[in-house]
Design a protein around this ligand. Structure first.
Ligand SMILES: [Zn+2]
Length: 118
């Protein structure tokens, strides 16, 4: 029962095999267990009104492992980042992380930041 209290601020960047396994394991839990899992982040559905979906809006977000489609690196799209993406940046629900931090950063510094937007 080693319950590590090591809550370093993970960004999901360069995850260890353990991070990935953990995230994958949580995704296989029953939704009730997922919701109560410490890595789950509650959704604020009032901020998801931009999403026109016939299905239910999410109650919570979970860390989501993915493989970068550019460089093939495995990374984790953190629940907190998903919350920001959907609720603050008003992203689409069917959007999923496809590029790792490094590739996104490389792309952003290559292209012009679309400035402002208060
Ligand atoms: Zn990448």
């Amino acid at each position: 029962m080693a319950r590590k209290r090591n809550r370093s601020r993970h960004t999901g960047r360069h995850p260890t095999g353990k991070d990935l396994r953990q995230a994958e394991r949580v995704r296989q839990l029953h939704p009730l267990q997922q919701r109560q899992h410490p890595s789950a982040v509650a959704a604020d559905q009032s901020k998801l009104a931009h999403i026109n979906t016939y299905g239910a809006l999410p109650d919570y977000y979970l860390d989501q492992p993915f493989v970068c489609r550019r460089c093939g690196q495995r990374e984790i799209w953190k629940a907190t980042d998903q919350k920001w993406y959907y609720e603050a940046a008003k992203g689409h629900m069917d959007a999923i992380a496809v590029e790792c931090h490094d590739c996104r950063k490389a792309r952003q510094s290559g292209g012009k930041p679309s400035g402002g937007g208060d």
